[in-house]
Design a protein around this ligand. Structure first.
Ligand code: MN
Ligand code: MN
Length: 359
């Protein structure tokens, strides 16, 4: 069944006429067309028993029409989008309206309310649920994105020098990825040296790479519409035994959780598998975030691998396993692989060694 027909069946079950999709990523997920309307209006209207309509800025109409086999209707900057939607709509819009609450700002919501008089209901949970289990084709694309992340982190390793700044290394990584045809990085690349790595959301800057310290790389790419995300921490020079111990504990936590994953365990149990290792070593307070997050077309999706989430892990789910230990002023380590779940367990998208590497 196509993804659009899944939405249509959902609408029929709910006795609703129309779903309004506003997230460009969700429109891409459902139809294969991606366009960012910026501050203009773009909506995919999916009807329970009629062809969908994509409504968008006129300047994107030609490209969208070439990709899609259903009506694409553009509006000019000189036109009022809400009046135009009202004029083209094949339904009255008086029944329940399913919309992506996580993506509607007040301007869009107020505009849509001039067109639709029915009750607005949230489509976001349904969309999140659809995205939760990846198809073979999606997993193939995520393996490609993972392969590029492995290449990117190697470019970073090769650029390590005591003369370089964090930003120098980031520039080399991103330049090389663009040259290899990657659309973009999936988030701001992080290269963090010494104390800066001890901040789980540290910001890279003009800091020179510290000697006898750990250096953290967190990066990912977006290619073929899918993302990757990985973290490696390496040694520069001769870090002391304490730093190496912290690294070993983090690695044990990461591998323990990875081995623990299989269909039937819960997300909370996966988090606990890693957390137990770090707590037992006495550093539980320094692992102050969830173990992982889902990813796919976006770098953060469901499921959340966290305490309190009793979601049962199934084949085809994709998520990160990324324990970290951050001791302010002393050391920061995070090790992250994303992967997919099979009958046998967790298969990482990224393959770069996790033994402590020395530069
Ligand atoms: Mn991550
Ligand atoms: Mn990451």
């Amino acid at each position: 069944m196509s993804k659009l027909s899944t939405i249509q069946t959902f609408l029929q079950e709910k006795g609703a006429e129309v779903a309004i999709i506003s997230s460009p990523t969700t429109i891409n997920y459902l139809t294969g067309y991606y366009g960012d309307p910026h501050e203009r209006q773009q909506f995919l209207f999916v009807f329970s028993d009629k062809d969908p309509i994509l409504f968008l800025p006129q300047l994107d109409q030609v490209r969208a029409s070439q990709i899609l086999s259903f009506p694409v209707i553009g509006y000019l900057d000189s036109e009022n989008p809400w009046e135009k939607i009202k004029a083209i709509l094949p339904v009255k819009g008086t029944g329940p309206i399913y919309a992506e609450f996580d993506n509607l700002n007040l301007t869009k919501f107020n505009g849509l309310k001039t067109v639709f008089s029915g009750d607005f209901k949230d489509l976001t949970p349904t969309i999140n649920h659809m995205k939760l289990i990846k198809s073979e084709d999606e997993i193939k694309k995520m393996l490609v994105a993972g392969d590029f992340a492995d290449k990117a982190v190697q470019v970073g390793f090769d650029a390590i020098s005591l003369e370089a700044t964090e930003l120098d290394i980031i520039a080399k990584i991103e330049y090389e990825m663009k040259k290899q045809g990657v659309d973009k990085m999936s988030f701001e690349t992080m290269v963090l040296t010494g104390d800066n790595a001890a901040n789980p959301h540290g910001i890279p800057g003009m800091n020179r790479i510290e000697n006898n310290a750990l250096l953290l790389f967190d990066l990912g790419v977006e290619t073929l519409g899918y993302t990757s995300d990985m973290t490696r921490t390496v040694a520069v020079g001769r870090p002391d035994a304490f730093k190496k111990d912290i690294y070993a504990i983090c690695l044990e936590a990461q591998l323990t959780a990875q081995d623990f994953v299989k269909p039937g365990v819960t997300a909370a149990e996966v988090d606990q598998a890693a957390r137990h290792v770090i707590e037992k070593a006495g550093y539980g307070n320094y692992f102050n975030h969830r173990l992982g997050h889902g990813l796919g077309m976006e770098v953060h999706e469901f499921p959340s691998i966290a305490a309190g989430n009793d979601l049962v892990i199934e084949e085809g789910m994709c998520f990160s396993i990324e324990p970290g230990i951050y001791i302010p002023g002393k050391v920061g380590v995070r090790i992250e692989d994303c992967g997919y779940v099979t009958k046998e367990g967790f298969q990482p998208f990224t393959k770069t060694s996790k033994e402590l590497l020395y530069y």
